[in-house]
Write a protein that binds this ligand. Structure first.
Ligand SMILES: [Zn+2]
Length: 102
């Protein structure tokens, strides 16, 4: 069986996460575990929107505002309860840029 479908919201979540983690949430742990947890939680907030072929004239997936709030919610949850010890893998120094952002 050759099954090939894509969840449009997956691509949107990945795009928003990339933007947020690089700009707005620089102090968030960016280890693969946390990044994947954020993606999974955000995707669970959103309804799945599978498609077979991309139609350029049609918007697919949830509205961007919904995707953005799902990602923010997911980041908050993972930061509150990361699925690994808080002391690892990234130790931030008090003088580091992350400290300045409060
Ligand atoms: Zn982490």
């Amino acid at each position: 069986m050759d099954c090939n479908v894509t969840n449009a919201n997956y691509e949107r979540v990945v795009a928003v996460m990339g933007k947020y983690l690089n700009e707005r949430y620089k102090n968030v742990c960016g280890c693969p575990r946390c990044v994947n947890d954020i993606a999974a939680i955000a995707l669970n907030y959103l309804p799945p929107h599978y498609y077979v072929e991309m139609d350029k004239d049609r918007e697919i997936g949830s509205p961007w505002v919904m995707v953005e709030s799902a990602v923010v919610e997911a980041i908050d949850r993972v930061m509150e309860k990361p699925n690994h010890s808080l002391h690892k893998p990234h130790e931030t120094t008090p003088q580091g840029p992350a400290a300045l952002m409060g």
